[in-house]
Ligand binder design. Sequence first.
Ligand code: TXD
Length: 319
Amino acid sequence: MARRKIALIGAGQIGGTLALLSAQKELGDVVLFDVVEGVGAGKALDIAQSAVTQGFDVALKGTSEYKDIEGADVVIVTAGVPRKPGMSRDDLLEINLKVMEQVGAGIAKYAGNAFVICITNPLDAMVWALQKFSGLPTGKVIGMAGVLDSSRFCHFIAEELGVSIEDVSAFVLGGHGDTMVPLARYSTVAGIPLTDIVKMGWLSKDRLDEIVQRTRDGGAEIVGLLKTGSAFYAPAASAIAMAESYLKDKKRVLPAAVHLDGEYGVKGTYVGVPVVIGAGGAEKVVEIALNASERKAFDKSVAAVDGLIAACRKIAPKL
Ligand code: TXD
């Protein structure tokens, strides 16, 4: 079977890391696209020159022309601008919406059968707009945020309890913003729900609440430390996990921003929920039972996403 083809639209901090991780896992040949001449080609060449020491056989190419993404199996979109200290993800909406229109046209023309993973912020609105601009089926266009937010939650829990990260599983629902919903009840350490870990006295409720808030602030914490950009290693690793589940038909159950068509009582909005990702794309939305406080928090997050989508519609009435 010919090698798969992975197109990365945006060859910046995350895009370059996506290219390296994808090559290391030999997921397929890589095309690094960027509007800035040379960025994609430079990073492609640099990673290719690490192949002999890392032992991967994939072709890497940089480009500024959409024709070079022709026939891509997976397209991962990071094109746009990241935030600077003091900026919210929502502040990026207007500038990145224009980018999504260009990217959507390029995907529609050259990669209509691809599985598209959007990363650009504000994520839930950008993936919604990208699906509309590209015209691809809603099940083939999803957003990466929940895997990242859950990974942050897992890291903080493992660090706090002094346990292996391999035995921690976390769940974060809702939009990729301040209203995200880390779900302690469905997050576990070796299968033990965090709510029971608190009852056992292994973790205090106050510390759990602090960890939940630190998860919500996870992006801003790194922006504040880096000053010149936002997180990119964990975001890239998160998107690669989603791409790998599609390419290898792994049927992983991962939190991702997907189009809801009535599930969770939501219709027509993209928001983070658990989804089965396999060769068909977002194959099944997993509808978990939410208690009253979880439902309230989830609905608040959906409302925040709907507000961003309304802002997109104001800027681009054709959406
Ligand atoms: O969890 C998540 N979804 C978030 C997403 C996690 C972290 C970062 N998040 C967002 O991803 C961030 O707020 C940005 O909107 C994107 C990309 O972040 P990155 O750190 O990779 O930004 P860079 O390094 O600035 O890279 C963006 C690249 C850069 O090289 C630009 O030249 C290019 O995008 N760019 C474009 N490429 C193609 N087409 C257009 N129009 C374009 N405009 C800029």
